[in-house]
Design a protein around this ligand. Sequence first.
Ligand SMILES: Cc1cc2nc3c(=O)[nH]c(=O)nc-3n(C[C@H](O)[C@H](O)[C@H](O)COP(=O)(O)OP(=O)(O)OC[C@H]3O[C@@H](n4cnc5c(N)ncnc54)[C@H](O)[C@@H]3O)c2cc1C
Length: 749
Amino acid sequence: MMRAGQVRTDIVLLGGGHAHVHVLKAFAMKPEAGVRLTLVTRDLETPYSGMLPGVIAGLYAEREAHIDLLRLSAVTGTRLIHAEAIGIDRGQKRVLLAGRPPIAYDLLSIDVGITPALAHIEGAAEHGIAVKPIGSFLGKFAALRARCRMPDGPRRIAVIGGGAGGVELILSVRSHLLADARVEGRETAFSFALVTDGEILATHDPKVRDSFRRALAHRGIELHERQPVQAVMPGAILLKDEQTVKADAVLVTTGAAAPPWFRSTGLALDPDGFLAVGPSLQTLNDPDVFAAGDCATLVETPREKAGVFAVRAGPPLARNLRRLVRSEPLGPWRPQRRHLALISTGERYAVASRGAFKTEGAWVWRWKDWIDRRWMRMYQDTNAMLARMPKPRPAPDAEEQMRCGGCAAKIGPLPLSQALSKLPPPIVDGVLVGLETPDDAAILQPPTSGYLVQTVDFFRAFVDDPFVFGEIAANHALNDVFAMGGVPRHALATAVIPIGPAAKVEEALFQLLSGVRACLDREHVALVGGHSSEGMDLSLGLSVTGEVASDHILRKGGLGVGDALILTRPLGTGILFAAAMRGLAAAASVDDALAEMRRSNRQAAEILRGHGATAMTDVSGFGLIGHLGEMLTASGAEAELDLSSVPVYAGALAKARDGVASTLLAENLAQLPLLRGEIDTATKAVLFDPQTSGGLLAGIPAEAAGECVAALRSARHAHVAIIGRIGKLGVGKAGASVRVGGTFSTSGV
Ligand SMILES: Cc1cc2nc3c(=O)[nH]c(=O)nc-3n(C[C@H](O)[C@H](O)[C@H](O)COP(=O)(O)OP(=O)(O)OC[C@H]3O[C@@H](n4cnc5c(N)ncnc54)[C@H](O)[C@@H]3O)c2cc1C
């Protein structure tokens, strides 16, 4: 997570491939002063190629063969940016990202693998299934299995490509499809075929080829060697000699290309468009850009594109990045010409091949399994990693400790104006003086009718990515206005940026404000000014001004007897991000929560009000019970909650059971006397968990509640639920209470 301190060199790692996971770990084990690592990745879980055939065969669960990059980043202190790279602006030293502003680098390393390219076989793109890159194949294979379950689903399965990947694939696919059919009591009348233009396993010894020919024949898999493919057609593969191989599903392992955006980078490429690198892994024409894995070609010692070489590139890549930071001479990497390949037969049996050496057996599979699991443990066992990491982290340097306070802690005029100048033109509705003509203060037009609504929020970053933090913090700040029935119009931002060189401060401010603007622009709210200061931790506050019509005002008080209590979003952000900070949260849970937290509550507030909301609030720092308690106190009411209807983010309850909690929980529990009913510690932790960008909680007259929930669901508030009702009124402030029954059911969230 975010650490204060001076960042002097930003190393950006593009792609969470096999080489880069090693770099993260190497720098965590031996931190380099002043160096910050940022991992930019399109996928939060990256597959390990060695275990993939085992996943396809059903011998491993997907989770066993994937590295959770969110957890790895958290424990290694790496800044994670979940985004897809679409280009590089080498002049500005920035990586261009899809759907968000570019990010700056001092040194860049690229390990993004390959992209599918089926154009080399006519009809393959329309009628075939691309197997590479491996990351996206598992989803396609799951879809194929589902289709095979249908009575009229595919029965004739073929693979094009006779390399180790293709051979293992047909064997593994066969194993899994037959096992599915057996388990479900279906007929197993499948047929399988492997088509390749040369011999199978061309780079291996003839003994290995013969072994696999026998293995294929033994399993009834048709083998078509020396049969170049002309086209893939619906229901068949057309060979060059005009013969056909009948096939309802065709998996193509042969086509793989470099990402097309490499061409616009101006980096040296090989004839196939892959990044051309020298022995130091630096690209040939830019020493600040490195590349490794399938996306790179070592021009002096070219090797096949295989996970084994991507793995082996990790240590020399980490060493050379470190040496470049230290201005030391870089060392060459000359990968072995031959490597031991352990190729499985789709069951717990494998063949070992290295040059003329070949052996096989169930024991070879166990050996492979041991090697693969040991490698995975290095990146999955975060506790072991933490235990081996040096502690404590370096203290702030002398200059940092002696920075001035007061107005002298303001961010200098140059980084501030540079960061602001890179933002899109500001929204100017109702703004007389704002950021487009900055002055001492903003001057705004008051609403022509109704009232002003004002609110302020401020907190420290809970994610490392300043853009995402800015977007969520802005969303969070707007919630108070929505909860009052208002419409936000203008905002002022207070930003605290970790101390560092001017260029790093400017970049952090730019990313943060870009996130703020991404949210505010969507909501048509003008950012009219603010204040920025340096400090230890990235923090952001927003003061939002809105307007509200007098007949739209919604307060915390006003609940009626029988009102349904509607909550629009799950609970558990405090727990999940406390877990994420310690490397304990699963990437998928955190990603789902972030997606929800980035969404606006505007439409939900309108729907709730339109269905006669009697009172409304947003669930934030005090947790569900803290905020519901405020509503009950203001209304003099008692509520009954049905825990089985309360939505909770996936993983949050499990983490609460493991004892993970937000640091604010202990203070929130001061409201415990509000509760009536027996609940366990984990349930309490969820009910009092502080929420960032939480849902709206409203009282809706019972007769309108069903329709209101349906309207919210059709507005894509998938987790909305009636979580309870108001039982009694007139109990006075002291009598406010919440009776809880049932237990959480987290399914479906
Ligand atoms: C079925 C099959 C079986 C295989 N079995 C083996 C085997 O047993 N042994 C072996 O050595 N090799 C095997 N391979 C080959 C192996 O999978 C690849 O060589 C290996 O995955 C390459 O690793 P990499 O690090 O270059 O890239 P990848 O493993 O593909 O990692 C690339 C990463 O970059 C991310 N990324 C991609 N594009 C972007 C972007 N634009 N922006 C941000 N992030 C991005 C991806 O999300 C991914 O995390 C197999 C391949 C297949 C298809």
